[in-house]
Ligand binder design. Structure first.
Ligand SMILES: O=P(O)(O)O[C@H]1[C@H](O)[C@@H](OP(=O)(O)O)[C@H](OP(=O)(O)O)[C@@H](OP(=O)(O)O)[C@H]1O
Ligand SMILES: Nc1ncnc2c1ncn2[C@@H]1O[C@H](COP(=O)(O)OP(=O)(O)O)[C@@H](O)[C@H]1O
Ligand SMILES: [Mg+2]
Ligand SMILES: [Mg+2]
Length: 492
């Protein structure tokens, strides 16, 4: 296991020098502000698993040292006023002590020659921002702007650990930077810096491309990613990956695109229906039908052909990534399709009475977890409240879930309801079909038949209901296993 890492941030990288020059703020009291980008950096360092402290040279004006002390407290960092250089001992006792048992990084934008050599003598790595001309040959790691610090730290830590099994994972989201139990160092990719230079520094990138979608042309789903516009940064990552076919992406974009389309999800789920065996519940997808419009007469015919009957749940074909992907409706009769606000093209699904209980499954690598959540009640409970109009809702914000009274009417205990082995088998088959590292799917059990119906499939959900002490090790192992299997594939 690598040594603990300590990062000491000198006040010169945190405080905005221009505020002092402008003399802004109360007369006689210069305003003290953080440099642009410093707040994001401090927030990320707070959850980085690194030991961070803020230091400043002695003799700093009290309003500045007071501001730094408060900032250190706010982010639960250490606070170390440096004693003034006396004799050869430019480092305070704590810094000397730290360097004996930790990998230490000192981050500064001032270059005090004496302090630099003292730091080097005590095996501190120095990262200096700006001052290009002075730093060139002084064994100092140079960065031009604060946004480069985290990726520089990550690659320096990896070098310090010196093990080929340590991987630097570039990502979009919020993960600890410092190595997890299995040597993963997570570093946030900054969309304020050129992506290509960052991606050359990391071993793989973890992304949730469905969170980087700007717009989707709803009539383009069968040809995804055509018709999808992504954020600029994500577009740079996609371009880099196209130009570096050996670069490891978790997960490959083409494996994720089907999960943007509820029709393609349906086609995948239907392939699970082979998991039927004697004496076990049937596992299936809901009977479904794609529609391009809500013309009642056409739908009437299509429903008869598809043997679909009311009530029906209506969902946009586009499954995620855009705000209205979750605008749905519960329809009880054909007249309710007129002026329906669900985005088109749409999918009509049989509504499954499932006692308002949903089993949310999470496949994280080869581990399967699940949580039980309150869900939509049986249709009869909802019909009365719809008053002849379609019941429209947003599944993420205004899902009509069961009331306490309705929940009390649930007859069967969860344990008798769900055939967990059947669903776990389905999860393993799904993983093979999808080729994804982490995905979630939702199962409801039809009260009348006991059928296990998979109603939703999501890429990289938050699995917030799974306890961290189970989910995080599974997450780290999943990343490592996916990386290793992708590397094996590119080497064959
Ligand atoms: O489809 P997209 O837009 O990706 O949104 C998903 C789905 O809504 C997931 O499932 P559902 O909507 O069925 O709940 C939800 O998972 P959980 O609900 O299991 O957390 C995800 O987690 P969050 O990242 O927490 O929203 C959320 O990101
Ligand atoms: N066919 C169905 N029958 C009964 N309830 C359903 C069905 N499909 C979805 N639901 C309910 O609606 C919720 C949202 O549907 P879902 O397909 O998961 O949308 P999203 O992808 O926006 O999460 C589900 O969590 C479940 O409670
Ligand atoms: Mg869902
Ligand atoms: Mg979904």
């Amino acid at each position: 296991m690598a040594r603990p890492v300590r990062v000491v941030l000198d006040s010169s990288v945190l405080l905005d020098p221009s505020a002092r020059l402008s003399g802004a703020g109360v007369a006689g009291e210069e305003e003290v502000v953080l440099r642009p980008g410093a707040e994001v950096l401090l927030r990320r360092l707070r959850f980085s698993n690194l030991g961070v402290a803020i230091c400043h040279p002695e003799g700093l004006p009290t309003n500045e040292s007071g501001f730094l002390e408060k900032t250190a407290k706010l982010y639960s960092f250490g606070y170390m006023p440096l004693t003034s250089p006396s004799g050869s001992n430019l480092l305070n006792e704590l810094m000397l002590e730290l360097s004996r048992t930790n990998s230490c990084f000192y981050v500064t934008s001032g270059v005090h020659e004496g302090l630099l050599s003292e730091l080097h003598n005590h095996n501190w790595a120095v990262i200096a921002m700006g001052n290009e001309d002075v730093i060139k040959n002084s064994g100092v790691i140079h960065i031009s702007m604060l946004q480069e610090l985290l990726i520089t730290l990550a690659t320096s830590i990896k070098k310090e650990i010196g093990s080929s099994s340590t991987l630097v994972v570039g990502y979009r989201g919020a993960f600890p930077i410092y190595p997890s139990k299995n040597d993963l160092i997570f570093v946030p990719l900054s969309f304020e810096l050129p992506l290509a230079s960052q991606l050359q520094e990391v071993d793989l990138v973890l992304h949730k491309i469905t969170d980087e979608i700007i717009n989707i042309d709803p009539n383009s789903s069968i040809r995804f990613p055509k018709g999808i516009s992504f954020s600029l940064g994500m577009s740079e990552i996609i371009r880099f990956v196209e130009e570096h076919c050996d670069f490891c992406v978790i997960d490959p974009f083409k494996s994720i695109y089907p999960l943007l389309d509820r029709i393609q999800i349906q086609e995948i789920l239907v392939r699970l229906e082979g998991l039927i065996s004697e004496g076990r519940p049937k596992l299936r997808a809901p009977c479904s039908l794609k529609v391009e419009n809500f013309c009642g007469s056409e739908i009437q015919k299509l429903l008869a052909e598809a043997k679909l009957s009311f009530p029906l749940i209506v969902k946009p074909q586009v499954a995620c990534g855009v705000a209205d992907a979750h605008n749905m409706a519960l329809i009880f009769k054909i007249e309710e399709f007129s002026n329906l606000s669900v985005p088109l093209p749409a999918i009509l699904q049989e509504y499954i009475d499932h006692g308002s209980k949903i089993f949310k499954f999470y496949a994280i690598g080869d581990k399967i977890f699940h949580a039980i959540k309150n869900s939509m009640p049986n249709a009869s409970h909802l019909k009365s409240s719809s008053g002849g109009k379609p019941l429209t809702f947003n599944s993420l914000k205004t899902l009509p879930v069961a009331t306490k009274e309705q929940l009390l009417q649930n007859r069967v205990q969860d344990s008798k309801l769900l055939d967990i082995n059947l669903v776990e088998e389905a999860a393993k088959l799904l993983k093979e079909l999808l080729g994804l590292t982490i995905f979630g799917f939702d199962v409801v059990v039809q009260e009348s038949s006991g059928d296990h119906v998979i109603v939703d499939l999501n890429y990289l959900p938050s699995f917030k209901e799974v306890p961290d002490n189970e989910a995080m090790p599974a997450f780290w192992d999943a990343i490592k296993q996916s990386y290793e299997s992708m590397k094996r594939m590119t080497q064959t």
